[in-house]
Design a protein around this ligand. Sequence first.
Ligand code: ADP
Length: 152
Amino acid sequence: MKIAVFPGSFDPITLGHVDILTRAIPLFDKIVIAVGRNANKKYMFPEEQRVAWIEETFKDEPKVEVGKYSGLTTRYCAEVGANYILRGLRNPADFEFEKAIAQTNRKLKGDLETIFLLTASGLSSISSSIVRDVIRNEGDYAQFVPPAVRVS
Ligand code: ADP
């Protein structure tokens, strides 16, 4: 079984995340979207809300599961039996950051490969942090997120 973990904050899930995940579905038998809990990060949306939006977005996709974790991503991968980490790349800054993490993760768990998909053109400017700003300032955020994400 090819199992991948797609780790992230998903605060909130965006069309960029949906694109990467959807394109990865044919490559794996199962993908666990893993909402990470990082003590140093301040989230805009509660974990349960972020998870519920992801579950709703992929409810018709049997290969996709949603999980939560804290601590090392490599340890979570071992727990769920994943040999692959899935990440998206938007730009050179993402690459530099992801390279260091992927190389470290491989040292921590030698059988773990990180698979990168390049963002679809047109979606590379979408980030959760910019979407949060749009939401905070009451802009039209709906164009950047899947329909499940609605803020009242
Ligand atoms: P993190 O806090 O780990 O950066 P995010 O939720 O911001 O979590 O991102 C999770 C993954 O989704 C990362 O691999 C990130 O590069 C990717 N991603 C985020 N936005 C986009 C996008 N617009 N296009 C492609 N990949 C994206």
